[in-house]
Design a protein around this ligand. Structure first.
Ligand SMILES: [Zn+2]
Length: 315
């Protein structure tokens, strides 16, 4: 709790007098559970035609403020009661006016969840694209490929130096297509002695850095993918493997093939590669995305996989 309070004090909008360089969030724990996230997303989508928007991030931020970020206290009735208030036309300002830490949670959860829900167009194979509203992010594992996952965020890793495991592992066979969760720009692509072949993609709003690691030996990335490229949510970006834990490139140093996926929040560029990086637990998020997987097809000549259905967000 101590860390949280310090971080909050550094958040200028509400402190008033802090200098600009300190006016960004320094610390976030994302403890929203799968059921809370799913309920918020479902309520947002179900009420999309109503006059008063029921925004999923706003719902979660209200409950974050109510629970002090501890979603083990979550009750579905809290969520539905809150949604009713928004549906009745009460404003966000009015509903949240006594929630001291609401502004912090709104900014923190907005950074984590960004544009996960909204309008998009989907269509393919000659069909006219259809405009829809719903989940716009995809599971990191392509549709139809088996995988299993467990929550070991924060568990200790000892290769190189002792450190917490700041990501989520999805166990899958070598060659399983890896999907871009969110649209963005390829910020780094290549070898890292811990992550092996890895690709880092920055969201368009620059707040999220998605890190996909331990990709396949020899052919880790989608064909011709390189730094600076734009990728769209649902695109194949690479293949599951077991590279890493080696100073030498292209070495299979991991025993069990899996995708390591991490999400770093960037409120200020100085945080990106620093001692104060903010990595959040995306276990619940990947669980909710299980029901939104990208369908792929294989080019038998190149043996590469491609996204089957065209997709683009509408802002
Ligand atoms: Zn991992």
């Amino acid at each position: 709790m101590g860390v949280f309070v310090i971080a909050f004090c550094a958040f200028s909008q509400f402190g008033g007098k802090e200098t600009k360089k300190d006016s960004y969030i320094k610390y976030v724990e994302f403890n929203v559970t799968r059921s809370a996230l799913q309920a918020a997303v479902d309520l947002d989508i179900a009420n999309r035609f109503e006059d008063s928007r029921v925004d999923f991030v706003t719902l979660l931020a209200c409950l974050g403020a109510k629970y002090g970020g501890d979603f083990s206290r979550y009750k579905y009735s809290d969520m539905t009661e809150l949604a009713e208030q928004f549906k009745s036309g009460r404003s966000e300002q009015e509903i949240t006016k006594d929630m001291q830490y609401y502004p912090y949670y709104k900014q923190a959860y907005s950074a984590v969840l960004g544009s996960m829900v909204g309008a998009y167009q989907e269509g393919g194979e000659g069909a006219d694209p259809e405009t829809k509203y719903g989940v716009r992010w995809f599971s990191p594992i392509a549709k139809g490929f088996p995988y299993s996952a467990y929550d070991d965020f924060g568990a200790v890793r000892t290769y190189g130096y002792t450190r917490p495991h700041l990501g989520h592992d999805m166990m899958a066979a070598v060659g399983t297509p890896v999907i871009a969760v969110e649209s963005g720009i390829v910020e780094c692509l290549g070898w890292n002695k811990y992550g092996g072949w890895r690709v880092g993609i920055r969201s368009r709003d620059k707040k999220r850095y998605w890190y996909y690691a331990h990709l396949r030996q020899n052919r880790p990335f989608a064909e011709e993918l390189s730094e600076g490229d734009e990728v769209t949510a649902g695109d194949v970006i690479g293949y599951v493997g077991r590279t890493g834990y080696s100073d030498n490139e292209n070495v299979n140093g991991i025993t069990e093939s899996h995708l390591h996926i991490g999400l770093e929040l960037v409120f200020d560029e100085s945080q990106k590669e620093s001692d104060n990086e903010i990595w959040v637990d995306i276990t619940a998020l990947t669980q909710v995305l299980e029901s939104h997987q990208s369908e792929v097809c294989r080019n038998n000549e190149t043996k590469e996989y491609y996204k089957k259905v065209e997709f683009c967000e509408i802002n």
